[in-house]
Design a protein around this ligand. Structure first.
Ligand code: FES
Length: 327
């Protein structure tokens, strides 16, 4: 046992947390393992909106993973986790240490990437492990008998949930292991869709940029394009910088390789956080001085330009300046 897995306890709930039992673990494809959790009494769990995250606690840390179910009266929560070499350890821990029968602390699922229910049709685009929230959307679309079309691109032999996608979407799913084929087909699919169609994409940053650009050049309004990144690309350690807490008149040094979030926490300053990847938005802090080097995927370009907030889990200071935060 390590800090990631808690000892079994009679008190199985907290206001936002749940203690779950690992009910199944399955290897889907090399490097991707599916974990299912159930409540200790086997009962129905809190429902969730398609595309929601499950935050899994690892002691002081927490990682967010997309749930793959449709969220209706679930009796289990399932996540599929790519083992991330050189990551922050969350995926490695899950892969190497978690066993069926262990207990694990999670938070009640939160919606981050919800479907627009009034949509006439959904075009779902997934790249690699980005299939996880897309599978949740697909299951929901099938449950509610909504029109859906799926494009799923992955490395040969590394496509998780391929059978699930094929079974759920039938002839409406197209699978790609060649990027050029995928790009060509994406361009065609986005040309000719009914007006009420909404586009959902999840995958690596480069793929999402391509999907968004392709849709935009084909006249899709921003309001019908929905994306979810599953992580920032490898970030460099960054230069040291300083954070000044203006209310408490405290100055913190943030060394290279350490996030501002970590520096704050190391100094006893609690900042809500979940993904630590600049994706979820939970750690957002106001900024009253200095210029942030934004490295997150959460703030919009306008918000980054405005310069009055930043995400301390990944973002740093520009050119060695001091960031001022009203804490
Ligand atoms: S913890 Fe998720 S954006 Fe910072």
């Amino acid at each position: 046992m390590t800090a990631f897995v808690s000892a079994p306890t009679a008190d199985t709930t907290t206001p936002t947390g749940l203690t779950m039992v690992v009910s199944a673990i399955a290897d889907l494809v090399p490097g991707i393992r599916e974990f299912s959790f159930r409540s200790p009494d086997g009962g129905v769990l809190p429902g969730f909106v398609p595309g929601s995250h499950l935050v899994v606690h690892a002691g002081e840390r927490a990682n967010a993973y997309s749930l793959t179910g449709d969220g209706v009266a679930p009796t289990r929560y399932s996540i599929s986790v790519l083992r991330k070499a050189g990551g922050d350890g969350g995926s490695t821990w899950l892969h190497d240490r978690l066993a069926v029968g262990d207990t694990v602390d999670v938070e009640v699922p939160r919606s981050e990437f919800a479907p627009v229910m009034r949509a006439d049709k959904y075009v779902l685009v997934a790249g690699g492990i980005g299939i996880t929230p897309i599978l949740s959307h697909l299951r929901a679309a099938r449950r509610w008998q909504r029109e859906v079309q799926v494009l799923y691109t992955f490395r040969a032999g590394r496509g998780a949930h391929v059978d699930d996608v094929a079974e759920l979407a039938g002839g409406s799913a197209e699978l790609f292991t060649d990027r050029t084929d995928f790009a060509r087909r994406l361009g065609d699919v986005l040309i000719d869709q009914p007006v009420g169609t909404h586009l959902y994409a999840c995958g690596p940053a480069g793929m999402i940029d391509h999907v968004v650009t392709t849709a935009a050049t084909r006249g899709w309004p921003q309001s019908r394009i929905h994306v979810e990144h599953f992580g920032v690309d490898a970030l460099d350690a960054g230069d040291p910088f300083v954070v000044r807490l203006t209310r408490s008149d405290v100055t913190l040094d943030v060394p290279s390789g350490v996030s501002a979030l970590q520096a704050l926490q190391d100094n006893g300053i609690a900042v809500p956080n979940r993904c630590r990847q600049g994706v979820c938005g939970e750690c957002r802090l106001p900024l009253t001085g200095g210029t942030a080097a934004h490295r997150d995927l959460f703030l919009t370009e306008d918000e980054k330009r405005a310069g009055d907030s930043f995400m301390p889990c990944v973002s740093r200071a520009n050119d060695g300046c001091t960031l001022e935060v009203p804490l």
